[in-house]
Design a protein around this ligand. Structure first.
Ligand code: COA
Length: 390
């Protein structure tokens, strides 16, 4: 039985900051952010959006009356959890009006958790062929104003339906994994912003890519030239380019040029949004599917997932007939084109306006946010999620 990605949804905030202007404000050369880091714009997330509402806004695009009641499992990958105990998946299940006789859980392993969700969903569908699984990756990447990581912030959510006979991509067996206990990026319980050793994490990322790709090739006898494209987790788009370049000597010049060309398509959206953490790899995949003019059904796409701390996985998917009509590319392009630019002062104010970690009641700036699902604030220590009537 073929199992894989049947539908893909994406959401990010309607506000962004221009990276050339941010560079100037931080006394850096614009070329450092635009080329050296590879980012043009960065999504700025208002206090009326969090991991739950962004997930709901992404999932709402791929759930309708035909598939709603077939969803029997929700797997919510995030490292921006809103509660130390209650799962973000429960809030989501309620907001999306999914059935009550289903399973809903949150998964955590830094930026790797959505991949874990996809692979668990695949196994669930293999055991229950009628099932459809909703898998989420939703995060806000925050390193802090004036920090080295500031140009690699961003935020947003990816949502997928994993099912039998998928319309977009099948997920092939096996995968290759590598896991090691390292301290390259983490967020202690007291902190709202990540602690990162950026240079070390970049080295480890490439090492994990090399290890998982090598193991994948040994397990499957796959040659690099069997892959039409490789898409990467993109904490910043230059990271993926560095990893890709590290393996190009293993293929011929024509194929190396092809992989570089496809990589450029795969980084268009991340360049405009920034880091999504769990969803980042899948925004690259969506960007490739929407923007590349070279894709055909039957072609294979390699995916490299990396979550600091750290866990890596390399796996392969196969494009399905008619995938072009199933991806809804125009919606994504409109979402990105219709955003509003913030000045640096406005960006800093929005960044600093996040709901505080306290027991106090709080009201968010819902009047400026037109998204269908939003966080109205906190009352009696309970998050107040709302669905706008549209
Ligand atoms: N024009 C073009 N490129 C320029 C430039 C200019 N004017 N000025 C600098 N650069 C290049 C540098 O050569 C460097 O390229 P390289 O990485 O290929 O060597 C790049 O811009 C970044 O410069 P650097 O001095 O290394 O930046 P930094 O010390 O401020 O740190 C990060 C950059 C990415 C390490 C930092 O933003 C970070 O830690 N981000 C978070 C990392 C992360 O997300 N880790 C998780 C991985 S999963």
């Amino acid at each position: 039985m073929k199992v894989g990605i049947d539908r893909i949804g994406f959401y990010t905030s309607k506000w962004y900051v221009d990276m050339a202007k941010l560079a100037k404000a931080r006394n850096e050369e614009p070329g450092k952010y635009l080329i050296g880091i590879g980012q043009s714009k960065q999504s700025v997330i208002p206090n009326s959006q969090d991991a739950v509402t962004m997930a709901a806004n992404a999932a709402d695009q791929i759930i309708d009356d035909r598939n709603r009641d077939q969803i029997d499992l929700v797997l919510f990958g995030t490292e921006s959890g809103v509660d130390n105990s209650k799962s973000a998946a429960i809030y989501l299940q309620h907001l999306l009006q999914l059935r009550s006789n289903i399973q809903s859980v949150e998964l955590k392993q830094a930026c790797y958790a959505m991949t874990a969700g996809i692979q668990l969903a695949k196994d669930h569908v293999l055991a229950h062929p009628e099932s459809k699984v909703l898998v989420i990756g939703s995060d806000i990447a925050r390193y802090g104003l004036h920090s080295a990581g500031e140009p690699t912030q961003g935020g947003g959510a990816m949502a997928m339906i994993i099912s039998a006979n998928p319309k977009i991509l099948t997920i092939e067996e096996p995968s290759a994994h590598y896991t090691a206990d390292i301290m390259d990026f983490w967020r202690p319980l007291y902190a709202t912003q990540a602690v990162v050793d950026g240079k070390y994490s970049s080295q480890e990322y490439i090492d994990f890519f090399d290890r998982t790709l090598t193991e994948y090739q040994a397990k499957t006898q796959t040659k690099l030239s069997d892959l039409q494209a490789i898409v990467f987790h993109l904490p910043y788009t230059k990271m993926g380019l560095k990893a890709l370049k590290s393996v190009l000597s293993k293929t011929d010049d024509r194929h190396a040029t092809q992989l570089l060309r496809e990589f450029e398509y795969s980084r268009i959206f991340s360049r405009e949004v920034g880091n999504l953490y769990t969803g980042s790899l899948y925004l690259s995949l969506l960007s490739l599917l929407v923007n590349s003019e070279n894709l055909k059904s039957g072609q294979k796409i390699g995916l490299f997932s990396y979550g600091s701390g750290a866990e890596g996985e390399f796996y392969v998917t196969t494009l399905q007939p008619g995938f072009e009509t199933a991806i809804g590319g125009d919606k994504v392009k409109h979402l990105l084109e219709d955003r509003e630019e913030l000045s640096i002062t406005e960006y800093e104010a929005m960044f600093n306006s996040q709901m505080p970690l306290s027991a106090d009641d709080f009201t968010t700036h819902t009047q400026i946010d037109s998204a269908k699902f939003y966080l109205a604030g906190q009352k009696d220590q309970q998050r107040q999620y709302q669905r706008r009537k549209v």
